[in-house]
Design a protein around this ligand. Structure first.
Ligand SMILES: Cc1cc2nc3c(=O)[nH]c(=O)nc-3n(C[C@H](O)[C@H](O)[C@H](O)COP(=O)(O)OP(=O)(O)OC[C@H]3O[C@@H](n4cnc5c(N)ncnc54)[C@H](O)[C@@H]3O)c2cc1C
Length: 255
């Protein structure tokens, strides 16, 4: 199982901005850019009403490059994506949800969803070490067997008598407590471009965390498709094992 992404919502920019420009007799000389990039530029130009004769720089690319250079990144918060990640481990999602600012999350509940059919995310590269891989496989199998035994007790209780919702929750809590960090999860994420830039900066180049880099690459590709200039200072590259790494020009040597 490898991480996959479903992009549920992309940035949009309606033509209402034209009504605003018309009402105020502002001229905005637009250059070729994507919806997300144009919205960013428009939001930035509102700060100084840099329309008409005050419009500088002229090109969207240069405008956004200047925002990045000056650290005027709050403008990037107007552009956001909603995406579903699956095929990721709870270990990964725990790190992801530590990002508080500019993120919203909705994650598969281990309280309400039966996990008896769950998958486990094999730590990437582990298969190269046969003995470690076998130990890992035994560990997750044992954990899942324990989970199922506890769930069976739950079913037994259900069969015998009426149990309260809270009692069921307590039993499932016990069952889920034996599941390891490798347990697969699904999580919907909404995040703005500024928050995602920060995420890629601190998470995209951790050499020892392949899962994090794989997800970072998916996020990079998503942004790159819709708003390449918003991540013009990032670069997607590969390590010797062909796994992706996201490099930020200020953090090229992150480990
Ligand atoms: C390599 C690595 C190792 C890590 N190891 C550990 C570890 O061992 N243990 C552990 O607990 N965590 C660890 N973390 C998690 C890390 O400490 C952060 O919790 C996580 O990366 C989220 O980043 P953030 O705090 O920048 O949050 P974000 O929500 O992404 O915040 C974005 C930015 O907003 C600002 N900000 C956010 N909240 C506040 C606030 N309350 N006050 C002031 N400014 C704020 C900061 O400038 C912050 O960088 C690790 C992270 C990395 C990348």
């Amino acid at each position: 199982v490898i991480p996959s992404i479903y992009i549920l919502a992309r940035p949009s920019f309606t033509s209402e901005y034209k009504r605003f420009l018309r009402i105020h007799h502002f001229q905005w000389k637009e250059s070729r850019a994507t919806v997300a990039e144009r919205l960013t530029e428009f939001a930035g130009r509102i700060c100084y009403l840099s329309f008409g004769k005050r419009q500088s720089p002229r090109k969207n690319f240069d405008y956004i490059a200047n925002l990045i250079k000056r650290g005027h990144e709050s403008v990037f918060e107007h552009v956001s994506w909603t995406f579903l990640l699956e095929g990721v481990s709870r270990a990964f999602s725990h790190q992801l949800v530590r990002h508080r600012v500019g993120f919203a999350f909705s994650q598969l509940s281990q309280h309400y969803a039966d996990q008896s059919d769950t998958h486990f995310i094999t730590p990437f590269g582990l298969e190269r070490n046969r003995a470690a891989f076998i130990a890992w496989e035994q560990g997750v199998k044992f954990a899942l067997d324990s989970y199922k035994s506890i769930e069976e007790q739950l079913r037994e209780k259900r069969r015998k008598k009426r149990v309260s919702k809270e009692e069921l929750r307590a039993i499932r809590s016990a069952a889920r407590s034996v599941l390891p960090n490798a347990t697969e999860t699904k999580i919907v994420v909404t995040a703005n471009a500024r928050a995602l830039r920060h995420f890629l900066t601190v998470r995209g180049a951790i050499k020892g965390d392949i899962e994090m880099r794989l997800v970072s690459a998916l996020i990079y590709d998503m942004i790159h498709k819709d708003a390449p200039t918003l991540i013009m200072d990032f670069k997607k590259s590969e390590l010797a094992d062909r796994s992706p790494i996201i490099l930020h020009h200020r953090h090229r040597h992150a480990t």
